[in-house]
Design a protein around this ligand. Structure first.
Ligand code: PLP
Length: 412
């Protein structure tokens, strides 16, 4: 496998040549990543030249519509799903809200769903509120020490009434990567659907959703180098069983059924820039672009990003994990987790740590990150919560050194 050419990668992100950001190290990527230039250029173009209700006879309307079609097609190909299995919404929180309404008609009083307490509230609240509709909600609880989700615990919760299992591909505070494919198999064997929140995992390489087997897979494009939208994939046969959430005359139209409030057309069009960026990354690192399917390109780019991120994460965790003045959250094995690192400082105040990081031009954050339930599940006080630093593939080793320098000054 080639190694990631970081000069090339960073040349694809306008933020790295923006003078006002010079020297600053962005370690709040789990909150939102920098967008790649392909997305920025497309958004600028669509807002400048084709900001018009899409589809129609004029060339401008046609262009606006074609830009959206391109996003559906190119992202579906990378995610290895059908074009009408891709749905865009304003955010992942909004998408799960809509899904809960769309799915509820499929289930009866007394049917059961299993929801983990490792989730961001986006993949929890909408499901848990189904208790008001007579659905029995069971909680798959994390280990209070490690934040780990144990498959044996999940198995113990499954009955012949289980209809859905919802959990994160990786939690945005625990960050351990959960075995989606294995959980999907468990769900399917029980006749249940599998809903994976990939918001904290997809930014580390777009997933092959088909291989994961999740019936519903959600992630947020603004954390995956793109515009501020949520993307969800929904298996077509499942969509066909759901209740339409759009205007009545849109029933049966895959693109409309789960978008009662359709998101900004131009942003959907700009999302094709993520696939264009992936293409550029692939063409730069591999020499068989023309003969390789997007899904395979996606898998190789995923591995390329992962190898780079794991190397950097190993350095950070080797420095951070052994300290006795913090409580690390989640596993300190870099092979088993995403590079979203949370810790509880035991001797220093959060605000002081963040202030010191800023003097080192390092951007981190502290709080509960809407991961209220996982923090409660690990007995971590919500106020002030955890300090979190997170990165993606465009981060350099020099930036990790700058982060460690800032943390050293803050914690020692
Ligand atoms: C793991 C995880 N899931 C879901 C969400 C919610 O995403 P959105 O802001 O698109 O609603 C977030 C946001 O931080 C997240 O980190």
């Amino acid at each position: 496998m080639p190694t990631l050419d970081l000069d090339f990668i960073r040349s694809q992100f306008p933020a790295f040549s923006e003078p006002s950001l010079e020297g600053w190290c962005h370690f709040e990527n789990a909150g939102g990543s920098y967008p790649c230039k392909q997305v920025v250029d497309r958004l600028h173009h669509l807002y400048s030249s084709a900001k018009i209700q899409p589809y129609g006879l004029s060339p401008i309307q046609a262009e606006a519509g074609a830009a959206m079609d391109e996003a559906y097609e190119r992202l579906a190909a990378y995610l290895n799903v059908g074009v009408d299995e891709v749905h865009f919404g304003p955010s992942t929180s909004q998408n799960t809200y809509v899904l809960a309404h769309a799915l509820s008609g499929m289930w009866d009083d007394g049917d059961e769903i299993i929801v983990s307490n490792q989730d961001h509230e986006a993949n929890a609240g909408a499901w848990r509120r189904m208790a008001n509709m007579g659905i029995v909600v069971k909680e798959w609880q994390v280990d209070p020490e490690t934040g780990h989700l144990d498959l044996a615990v999940l198995q113990g919760l499954i009955t012949d009434k289980t209809r859905m299992i919802a959990f994160p591909h990786a939690s945005n505070v625990v960050a351990e990567t959960n075995p989606v494919a294995e959980i999907a198999k468990i769900a399917h064997a029980a006749g249940a659907i599998c809903v994976a929140d990939g918001v904290a995992q997809a930014p580390h390489g777009l997933p092959d959703v088909k291989a994961l087997g999740a019936d519903i897979y959600l992630f947020s494009l603004y954390k995956t180098w793109g515009p501020h939208l949520g993307l969800m994939t929904v298996k077509r046969e499942l969509l066909d069983k759901m209740t339409n959430q759009s205007h009545y005359f849109n029933d049966g139209k895959p693109r409309s059924m789960l978008t009662p409030a359709g998101p900004d057309h131009a942003q959907i069009g700009a999302a094709a820039g993520i696939a264009e960026y992936m293409d550029a990354v692939y063409a730069h690192h591999f020499d068989d672009f023309d003969t390789t399917e997007p899904a395979e390109r996606g898998r190789r780019i995923h591995d390329l990003f992962e190898a780079h991120e794991t190397k950097l994460l190993t350095k950070l965790l080797n420095w951070l994990a052994p300290r006795d003045d913090i409580r690390m959250v989640g596993t300190s094995d870099p092979e088993l987790r995403a590079p979203t690192v949370s810790f509880v400082p035991l001797k220093k105040k959060h605000a002081d740590i963040l202030d010191t990081l800023i003097t080192h031009k390092v951007i981190g954050k502290s709080g509960d990150f809407y991961g209220v339930r996982p923090l409660e599940g690990m007995n971590i006080p919500l106020n002030p919560g955890v300090v979190r630093v997170s990165f993606v593939h465009y981060t350099t080793e020099a930036e990790i050194d700058q982060l460690i320098g800032g943390l050293k000054a803050a914690l020692d």
